[in-house]
Design a protein around this ligand. Sequence first.
Ligand code: ATP
Length: 353
Amino acid sequence: MPNVKVANVSKFFGNIKALENINLEVDDGEYVVLLGPSGCGKTTLLKIIAGMWEPTAGKVYIDGSDVTDLPPEDRNIGFVFQNYALFPHLNVFDNTIYGPVVRGKDSEESRRNAREMLHLVRLAARHDAFPVELSGGMQQRLAVARALTTGSSLLFLDEPLSALDAKIGAELRSEMRKMIKDLKLTAIHVTHNQEEAMEVADKIVVMRRGRVEQVGSPEQIYRNPANLFVAHFLGDANFIEAAAVDHGTRCKLKMLNWEMDIPKVKPGAYVAVVRPEKVEVGDGGAEGVVKNFRFLGGVSYVEVGIRDESVISRFPSGREYELGERVRICFKPEDVKLFKYPDEGLKEALRVD
Ligand code: ATP
């Protein structure tokens, strides 16, 4: 199975820095998602690894070989695009074998290979159906089968679910991951959808403005975001302005209309990041007023206004809250991630663009 390494890759379009010194390793059989807001450079990075664009600087390695100067057709990569690019006038089998046919390789071997691929993606019985007769999930499996007739076990997926209805897309995510894992492929998948990334990835690469902000498993990134932007982009979070002041061998963290004893940090201005499921509505802590309450089935959330800030708590449904009700919220010191208050201001640090 293939592995991929990107070393010090930069890409400029005129004076636009699309990518700045990117380093990335994708292991054999790993499912990696490039995640970030629109324009952060995800597609550019994928196209450079695929050989469709040349990097301005840096190298790309596949299976340990330097492929930086190799054309795309010699890199042996299968592609699944947003709209799957299936040919409506070709049936399932002819769609699958399209690549070898246009390359003049319509041999018995490639036909056998195409049949095997259709078998692997559970479409053998539908080999003579046309794309319009297939469900969204079947079309997606067909796109994967076609991508694999290149003989590659390296698969690139560029926003493969974004053309689908949100509910269907969400249903297909786990099916797609399972298929890719069953086929033991190495996958690089581009998306701006954080839920999709969390659900399919072994490893997420969070990007912003042409740089990699953090690389890690979904859980590592959610629990231990490297900075404010990552905390904001992956999952919901409260960002609470706080001040740390010395208090003997410990510190006091003053925030909202409340203070909390924490281990020693450098005194100064901070942003306390707390996930909504870690905020309890109860007896102690900061006092505020319910500004919003929503019942969402198994979970509910309540937004509590405290001074000019808001704190959101998400909890298993049970208790309901009235607008205007006075409540107290609290959280534990171990559930707070502290970041130095950013020089550029909190709003700018969180900006998604
Ligand atoms: P999206 O999710 O919207 O597809 P992305 O993260 O994939 O975004 P890229 O398409 O990689 O982002 O673009 C990164 C930056 O490079 C953007 O500022 C974009 O405008 C610029 N860019 C991309 N392709 C070109 C091009 N062919 N010519 C000039 N600038 C480009």
